[in-house]
Design a protein. Structure first.
Length: 479
């Protein structure tokens, strides 16, 4: 099946007629092609967005809200079709796409459709000077949104929904590895009555299509989620052009387990926070630190539980672990397991590819637990982004804090303890943007979302996203 660009409300082939193969990770076969859009396609998308901007930016909040909520409803009505497409494109279990990815994409539109009706700006009376200041929060104009492959529609819409809610027009690019649900979104937008040109979706490789977006002199802001190296490249290109930038990048998140936690709840959640979506979630807790007094018990119980996870075809309801997203990614993850072995770490379970009957060319890997001797080894410092976690014991709160922070990333952390004072102390000292205490990935869309250090700059979510997608302009009136 061939995917087309969605520009000015219409579906189009790329001008150059250049295409890229799209693979099904569950069987390793090519099942379609996507445009490798060039500068000229991005320019057309930009022109469509620019022409619509004067009208869209003046559309009432009620009208914008109505359209966004309608998109949300249509996504929900098409849940099964979208979930199947997401699972086939990405390799994730259909159960996950049905329960999480597509409902969350729908929530993103509903949430920002509602949030924009509550978004307001400030006014400051300058006392003693007979003056009043008010701040306008104006949409930026045409903005670029670029997203990764791990949660395709979920992260694509996490950017697009606030961008258009705030009155911008968008040139968006999903990952070339998982383009399908973004393609299907075009029809839904038309059906919901989104004016043509508000959202334009161009498909293609990062080095061609993505590069054309970030280099475009009149695309004034870039919201990007993806790898840290790509983020650094985008910052280099965009900074001299003074574009507004939001960068959500990689992570190597600590999962810190104290002996006084609710053990069963912790164990169950830790299996999820380690291996959901084949461990390909930027928030997965890939470095697990366990208080020494319960280390041996945890090690035994965790290995036992993880061995029960079923690796299988994504479309089967009983599958816990689907396929990794691509051959190249599978090789990268396998290579990290070899690196761990060469560093004298111990593979406690997993570590090998899985041959799924009937789908022998799919990209399947066992969930893997690695016991490390030091937190400074490569497997514990570099982002693997697959079904691989490390475990090691710690003795004191000070020791584990040091290890948690001794890494270049700073996205999220999880702490398991019933000691309130400890959670308060540690939450202040851990260098990340998001902390979960006694839970994982419990999301409230109003909260700020993002990381520090090599995990990025800027925050998404709630009013933070609406602030990013608007410019504050102050007006001072003397009376
Ligand atoms: P990636 O950086 O390879 O690609 C992300 C997107 O950027 C893709 O659409 C790609 O085509 C595009 N791109 C690549 N080169 C570009 C260029 N020169 N100019 C413009 N765009 C370009 O990342 P990925 O492999 O798709 O995703 C995995 C990474 O994403 C992991 O590092 C993961 O941690 C990170 N991630 C972060 C978050 C977060 O919220 N912090 C969420 C999900 C994933």
């Amino acid at each position: 099946m061939n995917i087309q660009n969605y520009i000015n409300g219409k579906f189009e082939n790329p001008i150059s007629n250049e295409w890229v193969d799209n693979y099904n990770p569950a069987n390793g076969e090519v099942y379609g092609q996507i445009p490798n859009s060039s500068k000229a396609d991005v320019e057309n998308a930009y022109i469509a967005a620019k022409s619509e901007f004067p009208s869209w930016s003046q559309t009432t909040l009620e009208e914008r809200s109505k359209i966004l909520v309608k998109i949300s409803e249509l996504l929900e009505a098409n849940l099964e079709r979208f979930a199947e497409a997401e699972s086939k494109d990405n390799g994730k279990p259909i159960s996950l796409a049905t329960a999480v990815d597509i409902p969350r994409a729908a929530s993103n539109f509903r949430f920002f459709g509602n949030a924009i009706t509550q978004f307001s700006s400030e006014s400051h009376e300058t006392i003693g000077q007979n003056a009043i200041n008010y701040t306008l929060r104006q949409p930026i104009g045409v903005v670029g949104c670029i997203s990764p492959w791990n949660l395709p529609l979920y992260l694509f819409t996490w950017k697009i929904a606030p961008a258009i809610a705030a009155g911008n027009c968008v040139v968006a690019k999903p990952s070339e590895i998982t383009p399908m649900t973004a393609y299907l979104l075009g029809d839904i937008c038309n059906e919901a009555g989104l004016p043509k040109g508000v959202l334009n979706i161009v498909h293609g490789l990062g080095s061609t299509t993505g590069q054309a977006i970030i280099e475009h002199p009149d695309i004034r802001a870039i919201s990007f989620t993806g790898g840290t190296e790509t983020g650094a490249h985008i910052a280099k290109v965009a900074a001299p052009m003074f574009k507004k930038l939001s960068l959500e990048l990689g992570g190597k998140n600590p999962n810190i387990i104290f002996a006084d936690c609710d053990y069963n709840d912790m164990l169950e959640t830790t299996v999820r926070s380690s291996f959901s979506n084949q461990g390909q979630i930027c928030l997965c807790g890939s470095r697990i630190f366990i208080e020494a007094s319960i280390y041996n018990k945890f090690k035994k119980d965790f290995v036992e539980k993880v061995k029960q996870l079923r690796v299988g075809h994504p479309s089967e309801k009983s599958t816990n672990i689907g396929a990794l997203v691509s051959k190249q990614h599978l090789e990268k993850v396998k290579n990290y397991i070899e690196i761990a072995k060469s560093e004298n770490s111990i593979i406690l379970c997993g570590g090998n590819e899985v041959s799924v009957k009937g789908y022998e060319n799919g990209y399947y890997l066992q969930p893997t637990i690695i016991e490390v001797k030091t937190d400074l080894c490569r497997i514990n410092q570099e982002e693997v982004f697959g079904p691989v976690v490390t475990i090691m014991p710690f003795n004191t709160e000070e020791d584990v804090l040091k290890m948690a922070n001794q890494v270049k990333y700073g996205l999220s952390a999880t702490i398991w303890t019933n000691d309130l004072k400890r959670t308060m102390r540690m939450s202040k000292l851990i260098e990340v943007g998001i902390i979960w205490i006694n839970t994982w990935m419990l999301r409230d869309l109003r909260t700020p979302f993002g990381g520090v250090k090599a995990s990025g700059i800027g925050r998404e979510g709630g009013f933070e996203a609406l602030r990013f997608f608007t410019e504050a302009k102050n007006v001072c009136i003397k009376y």
